[in-house]
Design a protein around this ligand. Structure first.
Ligand code: NOJ
Length: 557
């Protein structure tokens, strides 16, 4: 088999074509955007406390601008007692002192604008911290105005929790009122994360004000935590149980043993999203929900037209295992139904890193690149999780587990810490992440080849490949602007046309012939051996994606 060279046009990073001036403007800018998730606590520490901070993000913005992303999603940096590392907010308008100050945010925001980067703040509306003033007051004064900010219910007849809902982090989703009323409060996560009652319009009013404040302070949009969970069944009915659960099961498996029709994915949440959209419409903020909803029609309802969320993460695809056939079918279903409102990603801070999840080593990286490239050719936003651009595998955690889901449920449980290791900026003992003796999450050192310093200097690194892939949407706007044409679909592979572009994503484990690429200029291939010519026929290798451009002559033909 003869390797096909990429027409000398744009074979790799060194083949960069000039990038036109900023392309993303107007209300729909987000549709063509590539985002980057920064897990703030593990990105860059500047004050030596072992925890990443806002000033650290500012310091590294130039790195992100060089990678070419358009939006930076910052995980929560609000005041928090930290039971769930910031996803338990005690004050939505204050910066956690461990992570910086409001002045640090202002500097970050100004620097981002100078570099042409937009910022998404990660807002946590499903629950607050139990340390939030609203919850304190709700407990202290059961007849006061804050009581109804949360979801309370009387016990079942036997004195136990009101229904069979379980927490994502283990145990029942209900804890007895510490104020002694005998009622229970609902928490779909930790007991220290009481769920807000979104049936109370006051809660929307509070959040509208919070969102507006951050927009006025420089936020361009929001990633909405547990967006699929905001409203609960008014009758608090039991969820149907799919299988038996037992004590030694991982909390995620216990959670998956129920059909979450009464605690999550409710139709009422779509109605609520209209109010979210109205709350920030005049400020132009973009709303992207975390959406662990497997029902594509419900997903579509959450992002429909212009009176719901702009977009939502398709966790169903991005966080699953390597399942080529299902992945292609599901992606096409979301593409067809979600009005361009999908936000694609292959990993985030809640799941094993894609490289490890997809088989590890070279194979895992190959698959990660193939799928990410393909996602970039679908409608919607594309997100990269910090460290993905370096091809990082799961971190080996030394010392104790930090993730409360695992730490609270016994030794040896799989933990989200594997995705949260400090960024390896350099080969320094602290990875260039902190000057503290030990980072907040202590992880095994990584080889020099996986550091940002090494990869940004090396012409053929994974980082360079990502930079080139991210730049595709800039260099070839047809990739997200032109009509999406499904030219061919097979088991684990798909061919897409977008104007003169042809994208062949072959996630299957066998090469496929790709007539759509015959005579095309190859403008990107996710692996060096991705495309070849055998006796005049173009082939795309297994687990690879190729982007080609057909010439004017072929278009005319
Ligand atoms: C989803 C977040 O991504 C995760 O990190 C967090 O633990 C839960 N929501 C609860 O807020």
């Amino acid at each position: 088999m003869q390797a096909l060279t990429q027409s000398g046009r744009a074979a790799g990073p060194e083949g960069n074509e000039p990038v036109p001036a900023p392309r993303l403007s107007g209300a729909d800018w987000w549709r063509g955007a590539v985002g980057y998730e920064v897990y703030v606590r593990s990105f860059q520490d500047t004050d030596g406390n072992g925890v990443g901070d806002l000033a650290g993000v500012t310091k590294r913005l130039a790195y992100l601008a060089a990678l070419g992303v358009d939006v930076v999603w910052l995980t929560p940096f609000f005041a928090s007692p930290g039971f769930d590392h910031g996803y338990d907010v005690s004050d939505y308008l204050a910066v956690d002192p461990m992570l910086g100050t409001l002045d640090d945010w202002d500097e970050l925001s100004v620097t981002a604008k100078q570099l042409g980067l937009r910022l998404f703040v990660d807002i946590v509306p499903n629950h607050t911290s139990s340390h939030h003033e609203w919850f304190r007051q709700a407990v202290d004064d059961p007849t006061g105005p804050f009581r109804d900010y949360y979801v309370w219910a009387d016990s079942a007849a036997d004195g136990g929790p009101p229904n069979n809902w379980v927490s994502h982090f283990g145990g029942p989703a209900w804890t007895m009122d510490p104020g002694g009323t005998g009622q229970y409060y609902c928490h779909l996560f930790l007991p220290e994360q009481p769920d807000l009652n979104w049936a109370n319009p006051k809660v929307m009013e509070e959040f509208a004000a919070i969102l507006r404040t951050w927009c006025e302070r420089g936020a361009d949009g929001f990633r909405i935590d547990v967006a699929h969970g905001l409203t609960k069944d008014p009758e608090l009915r039991d969820n149907p149980q799919l299988r038996q659960v037992h004590e030694s099961m991982h909390p995620m498996d216990v959670f998956a043993s129920f059909q979450h029709i009464y605690d999550l994915h409710r139709h009422e949440t779509a109605v609520l999203f209209q109010q979210w959209r109205e709350a920030v419409a005049d400020l132009g903020a973009v709303l992207v929900g975390e959406m662990d909803t497997r029902d594509v029609d419900r997903f579509a309802e959450y992002v429909k037209d212009r009176n719901a969320l702009h977009a939502a993460f398709v966790l169903q695809v991005g966080l699953s295992d390597w399942e080529p056939a299902t992945t292609i079918t599901t992606m096409l279903e979301y593409q067809a139904k979600s009005n361009g409102g999908a936000a694609w990603e292959v990993s985030n801070h809640d799941q094993a890193r894609a490289v490890s999840r997809y088989g590890g080593g070279e194979l895992g990286l190959r698959r990660t690149l193939a799928l990410t490239t393909l996602m970039g050719a679908f409608d919607g936003m594309l997100f990269i999780y910090q460290g993905e651009e370096l091809g990082l595998p799961d971190a080996e955690v030394l010392g104790h587990i930090e993730d409360p889901m695992s730490a609270r449920n016994g030794e040896g449980m799989w933990s989200r810490d594997v995705a949260r290791g400090p960024m390896p900026w350099s080969t320094d003992p602290d990875k260039g992440f902190t000057s503290a003796a030990v980072a907040w999450l202590h992880t095994e050192p990584l080889p020099a080849e996986l550091t940002a310093d090494f990869q940004t200097d090396s012409p053929h690194s994974t980082w360079q490949q990502y930079r080139f892939m991210v730049g595709l949407r800039k260099r070839y706007p047809a990739l997200w602007q032109s009509d999406f044409e499904l030219l061919e679909q097979g088991v684990g592979h798909v061919t897409i046309g977008r104007n003169d572009l042809r994208i062949v994503g072959n996630l299957s484990n066998a090469p496929i012939s790709a007539p759509a690429l015959d005579g095309a200029d190859i403008i990107f291939q996710s692996a060096t051996d991705a495309v070849s010519l055998v006796q005049g026929v173009t082939w795309v290798a297994a687990e690879a994606t190729v982007v080609g451009r057909i010439t004017a002559r072929l278009v005319a033909d």
